[in-house]
Design a protein around this ligand. Sequence first.
Ligand code: NAP
Length: 209
Amino acid sequence: MNSEIRHRIGIMGGTFDPIHIGHLILAECAYEQFQLESVLFLPSGNPPHKKHRHDGASDQERLDMTALAIRDNPHFTLDCEEMLRNGFTYTCETLRLMKEKHPDTDYYFIMGADSLMSFDSWKHPELISASCILLVAVRDQLETEKMQEKMKELHAKFGSRIFLLGTPNLDISSTKLRECLRQKRSVRYFVPDPVLDYIKIKQIYQDTE
Ligand code: NAP
């Protein structure tokens, strides 16, 4: 008899520059809809797809903002793994290390639709697909048909196991929030209050682009 208990852990990876309610709602929907034990918030270290990022918060500030945003949710945890690695950080390597440390855990990588559309270009999508299940939030401008096609394609190419997440359509992005902050416009309610206070104290996103 196989008595092994498998753990179900979500991973919410992101640049989080800054973290906003879209990220938090995505993670909470995944937690609830896929009966996850917890969700790890994984601020990206030095991701190759953002190597020209020069106008945002520092690594420490992104880490601090993430910690502040999730601190009142007992099933959200901060994971600093990627911040501690040198060189470019790739999701396939992060997952390999996680699986090595926790072979009794099934990982659910949470992402938005745009991330899924560019998934082919990530490093070793076949290894990522073997190491986790992808949970994808659909934003309604992206037709379901196009999404279904992409899911089929990725399954055929890389064996990806992909499930759709039911989430409200939140037209909010870190890029837009940075713009608003630079223009001294309000982003209240788009980011949690402690994050907003931190941004003000640290004067992040104040410079002109
Ligand atoms: P991000 O901009 O902070 O976004 C994090 C995730 O939240 C994305 O999947 C994004 O989906 C989603 N999201 C943001 N706002 C949303 C909203 N309003 N509604 C629904 N979803 C929303 O982080 P990122 O730079 O895309 O990185 C995401 C993760 O992918 C990181 O862990 C990164 O390391 C990983 N990644 C890895 C590779 C690689 O290994 N080669 C390449 C690329 C990314 P959208 O994409 O749809 O905006």
